[in-house]
Design a protein around this ligand. Structure first.
Ligand SMILES: Nc1nc2c(ncn2[C@@H]2O[C@H](COP(=O)(O)OP(=O)(O)OP(=O)(O)O)[C@@H](O)[C@H]2O)c(=O)[nH]1
Ligand SMILES: [Mg+2]
Length: 222
């Protein structure tokens, strides 16, 4: 790439994989979100940017492999999004990412972009902390399996507070925050936010983006 030219980034993947969410989570405001891969009746987008962020969600399909085969490996960065929906713990998502990585011959980063956008933009309010502390003993994984289970009236009269907490942090964020506060009830909102941020898996992607950026020695248009 000629020196001084801005790095062109495409964010791609199948429909609803989380392209827009990832773009926001990484603050890549000028990155281009392509049309979805493997849309019936539509041609696949041409992946010709300096860096292609390929978002997988769930299984690796033949269309993903075909699309990724058109991108030189040094230009591809593959993210396995929605890691919160894979299995029951982070290691399940890490195992899935490893198996996709072996199949593709490329590193694959497991992430929860939906949590990363929240930790990037938000703070834990006093109200969030109060509700979380009140429920920090509910560490049974089943209680954060579904919204209804977390907001059940059987767990107290603060149903509206719990609904608000869920709207702000989603089930995965709430589950991580409860586990962290159960372990250390004195955590400050700031430390808890950092823990949630780490739990999103987005930092290794940030680091890799910076590394690629330095390799191409061009400013990133974000
Ligand atoms: N559980 C979970 N849901 C997510 C995550 N990231 C995104 N989503 C949800 O997945 C859906 C699709 O996300 P988008 O970012 O709109 O996906 P997209 O690939 O841009 O979708 P299209 O542009 O319609 O193809 C939305 O309902 C998001 O809230 C995640 O990490 N975990
Ligand atoms: Mg989109």
């Amino acid at each position: 790439m000629p020196p001084g030219r801005l790095l062109r980034i495409q964010v791609t993947g199948r429909a609803r994989a989380g392209k827009t969410t990832v773009r926001n989570a990484l603050s890549l405001l000028s990155a281009e979100e392509t049309a979805p891969i493997d849309e019936p009746g539509q041609p696949d987008p041409i992946l010709d940017a300096d860096l292609v962020l390929y978002i997988l969600a769930g299984s690796l399909r033949p269309a993903d492999r075909r699309a990724l085969a058109t991108v030189p490996s040094e230009r591809a960065l593959v993210l396995l999004n929605k890691a919160d929906t894979i299995g029951t713990r982070w290691s399940d998502a890490a195992t899935a990412a490893e198996s996709h990585s072996a199949a593709l011959g490329l590193p694959v980063y497991p992430i929860v972009a939906a949590l990363a956008t929240r930790t990037r933009a938000g703070t834990l309010t006093d109200a969030d902390m109060r509700t979380l502390r009140r429920h920090r003993h509910r560490t049974d994984p089943a209680c954060t399996l579904a919204p209804d289970l977390f907001t059940t009236p059987a767990a107290g009269t603060d149903v509206a507070n719990r609904q608000l907490l869920l709207a702000r942090w989603a089930l995965h964020g709430v589950a991580c925050a409860l586990a962290a506060l159960h372990h250390d009830p004195a955590l400050s909102p700031c430390s808890l936010l950092q823990i949630l941020h780490s739990a999103s898996g987005i930092d290794p992607v940030h680091h890799e983006l910076h590394r690629r950026h330095e390799l191409t020695s061009a400013p990133c248009r974000s």
